[in-house]
Design a protein around this ligand. Structure first.
Ligand code: CTP
Length: 409
């Protein structure tokens, strides 16, 4: 892919109740500066009419292999040339089977077979169809052919059953497609991310922690990986699954997080310190469970090392991005933290707007001032944060370093 800012996608819609989500996806792609052309199978047109997609995209919808409207007379070739990817959503079990075996008996399957671009498919079907060994065999073949499989998700199904096979939600599909299309600006770069809370032991069963879910840090790690970075994610205790796209280091306490960061920071180009690290830890955690006595109990706390400030002081260290959760005076406190820690960029939010939520509303502060990002899902905010950091990093000479490495090899 080149440096064009506009991406082009052919959206294939096959037969399934979930076809209505494809209409939402087409709109979301267009809003994100992705040009969309739609091709539908005959079964797809039974669920949502081509007129809907034509109105949404402002372009005729391709349904017919023999459509005389294509100047070359070869619709399947014209449709698949000049696009950055073909995305089939929803992809029915039948369509996946055709793709896996190279069948080409309608416009969309012929276009997929004739493509010269990546193919992404988002399966949607009844859970028994999904679990059927034939479907799983076909998916394995498609994976082996380099086809990206998006989802499916588990949950309530249109047929009334519950299980695996739901089409991903339009926003999830959008993020996956944008990740796929995003220029790999961090290729060859190492990115270190901390996420989640820490847990500071008081005794063998109790401890001090906080409400950080880890979602923002995990989303930052995924966004950096989608931009081509080699990502290490150092995470405190969260209930999130480790992201497949990052090296994962699980830690518990602030001291363990410090050790893990020290082990990786030297090699990192960028460091995103998203973790809500405890500022204090019990001075002498009890070696056994503390028994209650009815008397007041005092636990002496000592300050922890400020991991971010320490990395920021490393000579030749990574470009550092801090995070600040405040309950008031956002701009003043965030800029003061940024200067105190001597970091080029800090991402700040009001705690009441974010903790435990899927969406976030943040402001980036750097030397140029404040850059407010509109409220959006954490995955989208994460991408914008990483893009802002990469732009500053490149402006400071990050790009020439990569160029030097390239010339030497
Ligand atoms: N941080 C860190 N190590 C610590 C404490 C914080 O790396 N021991 C990092 C966090 O990951 C985050 C930033 O520093 O990027 C937060 O700054 P900080 O001043 O510690 O924020 P708060 O803990 O919210 O400070 P305060 O309670 O004073 O507002």
């Amino acid at each position: 892919m080149d440096d064009r800012t506009t991406r082009r996608v052919l959206l294939g819609v096959t037969g399934g109740v979930a076809a209505y989500k494809a209409a939402e996806l087409a709109r979301a792609l267009l809003r994100n500066n992705v040009e969309v052309r739609v091709a539908m199978t005959d079964a797809g047109t039974r669920f949502v009419t081509p007129a809907t997609f034509q109105a949404l995209t402002g372009r005729p919808v391709a349904t017919d292999l023999w459509d005389a409207g294509f100047t070359s007379g070869m619709a399947h070739i014209e449709l698949s040339r000049g696009v950055d990817a073909i995305v089939v959503a929803p992809a029915s079990a039948n369509f996946l089977a055709k793709l896996a075996h190279g069948l080409a008996d309608d416009l969309l399957s012929t276009t997929c077979l004739a493509r010269a671009c990546p193919l992404l498919v988002a399966p949607a079907m009844n859970r028994e169809m999904w679990d059927n060994p034939a479907t799983q065999r076909n998916l394995a073949l498609l994976r082996g052919d380099g086809v990206a499989i998006l989802g499916p998700a588990a949950g309530d199904q249109a047929c009334g059953e519950v299980g695996m096979g739901r089409l991903l939600e339009p926003e999830e599909l959008l993020q996956a497609i944008l990740d796929f299309l995003s220029p790999k600006r961090l290729a060859g770069r190492k990115v270190l991310v901390t996420a989640g809370p820490t847990f500071e032991a008081i005794d063998t069963v109790r401890g001090i922690t906080n409400q950080s879910s880890g979602r923002m840090g995990y989303a930052i790690a995924a966004a950096a990986a989608a931009m081509g970075a080699d990502v290490t994610l150092v995470s405190g205790p969260t209930s999130l699954p480790p992201p497949a796209s990052a090296h994962f280091v699980y830690v518990t306490s602030a001291a363990e997080m410090l050790n893990a960061v020290n082990a990786h920071a030297g090699a990192a180009d960028l460091f995103f310190s998203v973790a809500a690290v405890a500022d204090y830890t019990p001075e002498a955690p009890a070696a056994r469970k503390i028994k209650k006595s009815g008397e007041p109990l005092e636990i002496k706390l000592r300050p922890t090392v400020d991991i971010l400030a320490q990395v920021a002081r490393m000579p030749g260290g990574p470009f550092c991005v801090g995070f600040a959760a405040e309950s008031e005076n956002l701009a003043e406190y965030a800029q003061a933290k940024r200067r105190k820690k001597a970091i080029p960029m800090i991402v700040a939010n009001l705690v009441q707007h974010t903790v435990g939520r899927e969406e976030n509303e943040v402001t980036i502060y750097d030397e140029a001032g404040a850059h407010a990002l509109a409220r959006a899902p954490k995955s989208r905010i994460a991408r914008a944060i990483v893009e802002h950091a990469v732009a500053l990093f490149e402006a400071r000479g990050g790009a020439p370093r990569l160029a030097t490495v390239k010339q030497a090899s």
